[in-house]
Design a binder for this molecule. Structure first.
Ligand code: NDP
Length: 444
């Protein structure tokens, strides 16, 4: 395989899908050498079969708002690859959602899920509907209308969606209710469910906690203690909140949060009490992060990004391409020692190059945020067994999974000088597992 030839071909076929091409480029560049050591892969055109989704559903979602106006949104489900298990991956509800973004997320998800060691294939879906500013009744009607189409394509052994940006416990519950009614069955068809109806303890916390467990493993390789470290966190949703939660528990100091309007910087640190306020503000009142600055009298920068500040550790937890080359240079120059991605593909290729050249610890989302889907996998297992594990049981499995993922990254990513390229490590480890399964199953 010549990576450039494959990329040129994909570029020609999907010219308007920059995020998808970005994600594919990153993976192909890091697996090229290993791939070419296996002529049988090339003979079965494994690479093209791996880059192109098994299928993509696109549908119209029609719903009525509180004023009686009829609204039309797009709905999608990308079923990327099910070589190692049922398609699995979240649903994103955000005005920016388009096929390119969902294809990149589904592609990434395939390797991430392979890394968790659990039997899950890769998928992703969503809509250009944004829950922001909508009433509960409107969100419920939208979720029901969305599921009216989606339910035909999913099932507990076929495709198991979960949450992502704009899809939290409330949205999952509304969609689960509608699926149950249409399919006339009560099964674990979605993860991230409420604890009363099949959800798993620790699932809400899992992505943020998992990211910090992974960060601890990285810091351990350099004998660095997290205690007292100043941490820049972006976003203020599910991942950002539980990232802060774990940082506070471990004695680190989160100093920033953001949303799509701007960021807050609190040099005194976001304490447990302040985090409780953020959770109420974001999850119940559905307010803006600006209100934090008004309440605690700290800096708020409208339209800005947290990477303009300084910190020992950076934890991007909002969205793709939120940290660019200039941000990365600023972070490195001002003493940042580690970057661990809670979000999917938050660093641009240029930013990744800066981190890797500076040889600071850098973990891509594919490895560092895999705790979310791993715990979704644990939720699926509990649903199949019709059992509920305790908080401690799930948390200790999550820790073990993150430690195992770190080990796989070291195995495939460590060079002769001891530098660990986590991008290469995660991509090769995930790829090899999926590749072997696809080879064994024949040409499909
Ligand atoms: P939430 O919807 O709970 O929070 C997203 C946060 O990011 C919000 O603060 C939101 O601000 C902000 N944000 C979203 N889009 C943009 C944008 N275009 N520009 C600036 N800020 C933005 O989502 P999650 O916390 O669940 O997801 C965050 C990231 O983590 C995503 O990349 C997701 O794919 C990834 N992830 C999530 C997992 C999970 O289990 N939830 C698992 C693995 C990865 P606003 O409120 O203004 O929209």
């Amino acid at each position: 395989m010549k990576v450039q030839d494959v990329l040129n071909d994909l570029q020609r076929r999907f010219p308007n899908e920059p995020e998808y091409l970005q994600a594919v480029t990153e993976v192909l560049e890091s697996i090229e050498e290993v791939y070419n050591q296996h002529p049988e892969f090339e003979k079965s055109n494994l690479i093209e079969r791996l880059c192109i989704a098994d299928r993509i559903f696109t549908f119209r979602v029609t719903w009525v708002d509180d004023k009686g106006k009829i609204n039309v949104n797009m709905g999608y489900r990308v079923q990327h690859n099910n070589a190692i298990g049922p398609y699995k991956g979240g649903l994103r509800f955000h005005s920016s959602v388009n096929p390119s973004i969902l294809k990149f997320l589904a592609f990434e998800q395939t390797f991430k899920n392979a890394l968790t060691t659990l039997p899950m294939g890769g998928g992703k879906g969503g809509s250009d509907f944004s829950p922001r500013g909508k009433s509960n009744a409107e969100v419920m009607r939208f979720c029901q209308a969305f599921m009216l189409e989606l339910w035909k394509h999913i099932g507990p052994d076929t495709d198991v969606p979960a949450g992502d940006i704009g899809v939290g416990g409330r949205e999952v519950a509304y969609m689960f209710g509608m699926y149950k009614k249409l399919a006339k069955e009560f099964t674990g068809v979605l993860t991230g469910k409420g604890i009363e109806f099949g959800g798993s303890l620790i699932r809400p916390e899992a992505t943020g906690y998992g990211n910090i467990y992974f960060l601890l493993e990285m810091l351990k390789t350099k004998n660095i203690d997290i205690k007292g470290k100043k941490c820049l966190v972006s976003g203020s949703g599910n991942v950002a909140q539980y990232t802060c939660d774990k940082l506070i528990e471990l004695g680190a100091i989160p100093v920033s949060l953001s949303d799509s309007d701007g960021y807050i910087y609190d040099p005194e640190g976001i304490t447990r009490e302040k985090l409780d306020y953020v959770m109420e503000l974001k999850n119940v009142e559905r307010g803006r992060i600006r209100e934090y600055a008004e309440k605690y009298n700290c800096k708020y920068v409208p339209g800005g990004r947290v990477w303009a500040e300084t910190g020992d550790i950076a934890l991007p937890s909002a969205t793709q391409n939120e940290l660019n080359g200039d941000d990365a240079r600023h972070l490195v120059e001002t003493g940042c020692i580690a970057v661990s991605e809670g979000a999917n593909m938050p660093s641009t290729p240029e930013a990744i190059e800066v981190f890797q050249k500076a040889k600071i610890l850098y973990a891509p989302g594919k490895a560092a945020n895999a705790g979310g889907v791993a715990t979704s996998g644990l939720e699926m297992t509990q649903n199949s067994l019709r059992l509920s594990w305790t908080r401690e049981e799930v948390d200790s499995k999550l820790k073990q999974i993150m430690t195992d993922i770190h080990e796989q990254c070291v195995k495939y990513g460590k060079d002769e000088n001891g530098y660990i390229d986590y991008v290469k490590g995660a991509n090769i480890a995930g790829f090899m597992k999926v590749a072997k399964a696809m080879m064994a199953q024949g040409i499909l």
